[in-house]
Design a protein around this ligand. Sequence first.
Ligand SMILES: *Cc1c(COP(=O)(O)O)cnc(C)c1O
Length: 387
Amino acid sequence: MRLPVYLDNNSTTPVDERVLHSMLPFFTHNFGNAASKTHAYGWIAEEAVEHAREQVAKLINAHPKEIVFTSGATESINLALKGVYESYGSKGNHIITCATEHKAVLDTCKHLEKSGADVTYLPVKSDGRIDVNVLEKSIKPTTILIAMMYANNETGVIQPVKDIAAIARQHGVIFFCDAAQAVGKISVDVMKDDIALLSLSAHKIYGPKGVGALYVRRKDPRVKLTAQMDGGGHENNLRSGTLNVPAIVGLGKACEICSNEMNDEAERLNVLRNKFETALLELNDVYVNGSREFRLPHVTNLSFKGTTANRLIMSMNKTAATSSGSACTSALVEPSYVLKALGLTDELANTSLRFGLGRFTTEEEIDFAVMEIKSSVQKLRAESNVF
Ligand SMILES: *Cc1c(COP(=O)(O)O)cnc(C)c1O
């Protein structure tokens, strides 16, 4: 068992060996530029990229032509939000999003507000899900985009995606879904879920960092975007720049593995997550944050009253790698805005840790982590004399 036990798979995942092996030839032997049309080096690279495009498309039930390769979910989100805002300006300037979105969405919306966008940040209920009635009421004649995540990166809470999509369709509004945490973990189907734009990232699904994709629907509706990167016109003019062929090959392989193994993996991790959570709930005054019903199978976010997340993390830094899910700005750790949106007080939010299990998490690791976390919580509580 490798220490500290890695329980922070929501922030990133290790590259699967099978993914690494698929990538290696494209650094050296098959080094061609996928845009070189005049020789075999280019053709081999292009063929590998198109194969990866098929693997990505298959995982989310899209057409390969609807996949745009990017440097990751953050770039995909920027392309989707800014691209829609600039393309649909004649229709309106209103965007609806949600308070618990990833910073990549929230900060892009903040940026667009400076250029004249009207943005509604919907609250969530105490279970972390939006109220679809509130969503529907917030639609205006000027609404062009609804941006809602599939599953939250801190709590694992899954939004009512189909209901959101139905409202978007009924009102002729584009639905963008940040699915970086959901793709490859649970079934995400752009047709059944009726999603027009979707972002995903390789390093959340055992692929390399610095590569991702944006799904852009081609029909019903055909989504128009303006490029955010100008240059050689790669990726159907939506994302210029020489393609990162090894990374794209890795993303494709990562998606293929998820297509094949996701269901079994989810089942296995769900059992482990439940074992982990049940064991920690045996301590008094431990609370699960967010819906337990609509939640990713491998994630739990827990508040340990009478402790602080910082001190827990420090006391376990040789034994268990977890995070508070709160944004670290300089030395100050602010309470998580996601947990605050669920109605937690600053004080309780500051006692919360998020745990993300992953493909390589073992039962032995879970049993060990439970022991370590329990003893750390008890020790901190004893020191603070509260319990
Ligand atoms: C990780 C993550 C992102 C950012 O992805 P990068 O590929 O690291 O840019 C965006 N949204 C969610 C929900 C994420 O979990």
